[in-house]
Design a protein around this ligand. Structure first.
Ligand SMILES: [Zn+2]
Ligand SMILES: [Zn+2]
Length: 411
C-alpha cells in the first residue's frame, strides 16, 4: 500500500509538522498538544504548485480510494485491497490517475482559505469504485450490482494546472499537458469555485473526566484510562461508545476490539441464536433456549487484510454464543487500538452473510432484497494469548499473526 505524507502546521504553536495519510491523532513534537483530526465529509488535499502561483492554479480533483473492497457476484464473495487515485472530472486531457506522483510530492490540507480555482468533481467516488470491480476472470458470471468499499479512506487530492494561450500546463513541473479547444480554457478557469472542506481539530480529552485519552495515530476511537470509557470521533465531537470485555484471567493478554452489532435483516429471519444455527447450518443442534438468545454479529474494529477480516468475523460470530461480558475497559492488559469505525464494520455484514449462508443458490436470489438495519452496537474487547508471533484464541479457532495487525494499520 502506498502511504502519502501531508505537511501541516500545528494549530496550536504553528510549527511545521508532517502527518501520515492514515493518521487521525496528531501529537505535535514541539508543543506536545494532542489533537484529533476530523472532517465533515472526506479529507481534501492539494499538491502545492511550483510552476505557477497558487492563485493562478486550477485544481483538478482526483478521488483517492484506499481500503478493503468486497464484491459478491452471486457465486462467491471476493475481497481485495484497493489503492487508487482517479480523475474525478470528465476532462480527458488530464491523466486518469495521479500515478506515483503524490508519493514523491508533499500534500497539504485544503481549507476554505486556500487560494486558487477548485473544479467540482463530475464523477462520484462510487463510479470509480465500480470501475475497480470488473472481474478479470472472463469465466466469472457478471457481478451483481453489489460491492462494499470499507476503510474510511475516500479522500480527494487536487492536482494543479495552469493555462497560458490555450495551453494547459502542469502546475508542478510546468510541462505542457494539452492544447485546449477554444472555450475549454475559459471553461477551465471560469467554471471552478473556491476551496471547500472544513477540518476540525478536537483536543483528545475525555469528555466525561477531562483525562488525556489514549490511542494510536490511526485510531478512530480513543480510550480513557481514567474512567474506562471509549469515545468515537464523529464530525466535530466525541461520542461515547458502550464498551465491554471478556475477562481473560491473567495479565499479559492482548485485548482486540470487536464491534458487537445487533441488526434487523430484512427478508431473512435472523433474530435469535437458533435462527442463526438454522440459516447458516452451523454444526450444532438447536436447543430450545436458543430461540430466546439474541444473535449478535462480531466484526473486527481494526483493519486487517480483507480476506482475514471476513474469516475472523465469521469465527467470532458463528463459533459459539456470546459469553457473559463485563461492562468496562479491560485493565492492566495491552489494549489494541480501534482503527475501523462502526459504520465500516456494519457494511461488511452483508458480505459475511452472503459468504456464510448455507444455501448458495437461495442466497443468490435473496441477496438483492436483503437489507440490514443496525439496532444496537457496542465495543467488545476479546482477550488473545500471545504465542510466539501469533495471537491465539482457541475457543474461536483463531490465530492472527501480530504482523498482520501491524500491516493492517496502513490500509
Ligand atoms: Zn505545536
Ligand atoms: Zn474519562
Amino acid at each position: 500500500m502506498t502511504m502519502w505524507h501531508i505537511d501541516n502546521q500545528c494549530p496550536q504553536c504553528g510549527a511545521d509538522t508532517s502527518l501520515e495519510e492514515t493518521q487521525r491523532l496528531f501529537t505535535c513534537p514541539f508543543c506536545r498538544v494532542k489533537l484529533y483530526i476530523t472532517v465533515d465529509d472526506f479529507f481534501r488535499y492539494f499538491l502545492t504548485p511550483s510552476a505557477c502561483s497558487v492563485e493562478d492554479a486550477v485544481f483538478i480533483p482526483y478521488w483517492r480510494l484506499k481500503g478493503m473492497l468486497f464484491t459478491y457476484d452471486g457465486a462467491a464473495v471476493r475481497a481485495k485491497l484497493i489503492d487508487v487515485s482517479h480523475n474525478a472530472t470528465k476532462l480527458d486531457f488530464m491523466p486518469s490517475s495521479l500515478g506515483l506522483r503524490s508519493q514523491t510530492l508533499r500534500l497539504r490540507f485544503v481549507s476554505p482559505e486556500t487560494k486558487g480555482t477548485f473544479l467540482e468533481p463530475a464523477r462520484s467516488h462510487s463510479e470509480i469504485i465500480s470501475m475497480q470491480e470488473e472481474f478479470t476472470d472472463e469465466q466469472s458470471p457478471p457481478p451483481l450490482p453489489e460491492a462494499a468499499f470499507i476503510g474510511e479512506s475516500v479522500s480527494m487530492i487536487y492536482s494543479p494546472v495552469f493555462t497560458r494561450n490555450r495551453v494547459a500546463r502542469d502546475g508542478i513541473l510546468g510541462e505542457e499537458i494539452a492544447t485546449l479547444q477554444e472555450g475549454t480554457e475559459k471553461a477551465l478557469t471560469e467554471s471552478g469555485g473556491e476551496a471547500t472542506g472544513t477540518m476540525h481539530f478536537i483536543p483528545s480529552l475525555c469528555p466525561d473526566c477531562g483525562w488525556d485519552m489514549d490511542g494510536d495515530p490511526e485510531s478512530v476511537a480513543l480510550t480513557c484510562g481514567n474512567c474506562g470509557s471509549v469515545w468515537a470521533a464523529s464530525s466535530n465531537e466525541f461520542e461515547k461508545v458502550p464498551c465491554y470485555f471478556l475477562p481473560g484471567g491473567d495479565d499479559g493478554l492482548w485485548y482486540l476490539p470487536f464491534w458487537k452489532m445487533a441488526a434487523e435483516v430484512g427478508g431473512i429471519r435472523l433474530v435469535s441464536r437458533a435462527d442463526a444455527v438454522r440459516f447458516f447450518n452451523l454444526p450444532k443442534a438447536v436447543r430450545n433456549e436458543w430461540e430466546e438468545i439474541p444473535f449478535p454479529w462480531l466484526a473486527p474494529a481494526f483493519k486487517i487484510h480483507p480476506e482475514l477480516y471476513m474469516r475472523v468475523a465469521e469465527r467470532m460470530t458463528f463459533i459459539s454464543s456470546m459469553p457473559d461480558l463485563k461492562n468496562d475497559l479491560p485493565g492492566k492488559s495491552f489494549i489494541y487500538p480501534i482503527t475501523l469505525p462502526l459504520k465500516d464494520a456494519f457494511e461488511t455484514l452483508r458480505m459475511i452473510l452472503a459468504r456464510s449462508a448455507a444455501s448458495r443458490r437461495d442466497m443468490t436470489s435473496l441477496f438483492p432484497s436483503v437489507s440490514f438495519t443496525l439496532k444496537t452496537a457496542g465495543l467488545v474487547y476479546w482477550p488473545f494469548h500471545l504465542s510466539g508471533t501469533e495471537l491465539i484464541r482457541p475457543d474461536r479457532q483463531l490465530s492472527i499473526q501480530v504482523n498482520a495487525l501491524k500491516w493492517g494499520k496502513k490500509i
